[in-house]
Design a protein around this ligand. Sequence first.
Ligand code: FAD
Length: 419
Amino acid sequence: MTDERSAPGTGGVLVVGGGISGLTAALEAAEVGTDVYLVERNPYLGGRVAQLNQYFPKLCPPSCGLEINFQRIKKNRRIRVYTMTEVKSVAGAPGSYQVTLATKPRFVNASCTGCDACTAACPEERANAFNFGMDKTKAIYRPHEHSFPARYAIDMDACSKCGKCVEACSYNAIELGMQPKEFTVDVNSIVWATGWNPYDPTKMTNLRFNDSEAIITNMMMERLAAPNGPTGGKILRPGDQKEPASIAFVQCAGSRDENHLEYCSYICCMASLKQISYVRAQYPEAKVYVFYIDLRTPGKYEKFREKFMADKNITFIKGKVADIIPEQDGGVTVVAENAVTGEKVKQKVDMAVLATGMEPAMKGAAGAFGVQQDKNGFIVSDEEKAMASAGCAKKAIDVVTCAQTATAAALKAIQASRR
Ligand SMILES: Cc1cc2nc3c(=O)[nH]c(=O)nc-3n(C[C@H](O)[C@H](O)[C@H](O)COP(=O)(O)OP(=O)(O)OC[C@H]3O[C@@H](n4cnc5c(N)ncnc54)[C@H](O)[C@@H]3O)c2cc1C
């Protein structure tokens, strides 16, 4: 593996996106002897799964699933990995695509050992995007504790170029003059595994995300509960760091709504139930309120839902949230109409978690590369074009289903590369 291990060759499969779906597609193709280029725009692999605290169904930390894949990638010389890299253009035809890739400078080369001397020397700080801005890193940073490759990067928007990191580095790993690169690879087929972004919570103006630090998104909750997150894993209200005695989960925040995301994001009900388990582990007596349109926990996930519905400190309210009102004491009041009783509910809580849905990362951008998309921006596999989609680039799904779609995409890509 490693970004600069070997020069690009010809043939094989390009996998765009290094989340769980892209990793799976790349490994499945490479392990049957196909050459693979895996490109990822972040400085690390793993995608959104790396940001989760635990993942269902087993509630294990993301490192247990990702680490196995990283080991397989390290061992497999058929996979060339390019981080901080995106597709710039696609030319040619199915079976013989010339894809131009653009790599942003990391400013840290492969000699980096991760010793951390540079961050101690760096005087500048930046908002930590990995933790949704809830804490800061130095301008030179490791993206997260388990990031792979385990190499640092510099955010030049925050860097003053003082050179203190260069002085502190004993390995000549820092190159402040590193330049962007472009290069072209010849491939037979392309797998799009570009995943998803959280739907922008500020678009639901009634949910007042910008008006109170007590209102967070479900992905922020993952980071708050994670041991390598901004609070070391303690769920605290951002801003005043209060231990919450009551939390509301606002389901379908933007989902199943034709003004926002018209589809169901499939995992949000499961994600909120999982997050209630995080709350329960830390605050056994906390009151939890779940506002929902209907709870969708298909198949084996039903048992998970039943367990939480039996908890006397959790109230399930069938009703779409109309408003969230910030309160003087730092909490919020959640307003909804109970669809069963017809009553107006006003529930004061210490924190509210918006279960925002998943929006395809390539929405609006994929057309430039000849990629077919449905009306919501999800990528449609196109056998004629030797382009397949995998994971949440294809539809909103959980990790297990991502692995299935990625394996299927790898098979289609291999077939196209052997025609
Ligand atoms: C709050 C929440 C909790 C969840 N919890 C669970 C859970 O417990 N269990 C579970 O099974 N699922 C869970 N999910 C769903 C899970 O996160 C997804 O199934 C999974 O992230 C999909 O993986 P992916 O590889 O398809 O996409 P991503 O994880 O989004 O990975 C896509 C990768 O592609 C990269 N990329 C995007 N565009 C480009 C480009 N143009 N060029 C290069 N690279 C690009 C991205 O940087 C990213 O690294 C949860 C989702 C949410 C919202």
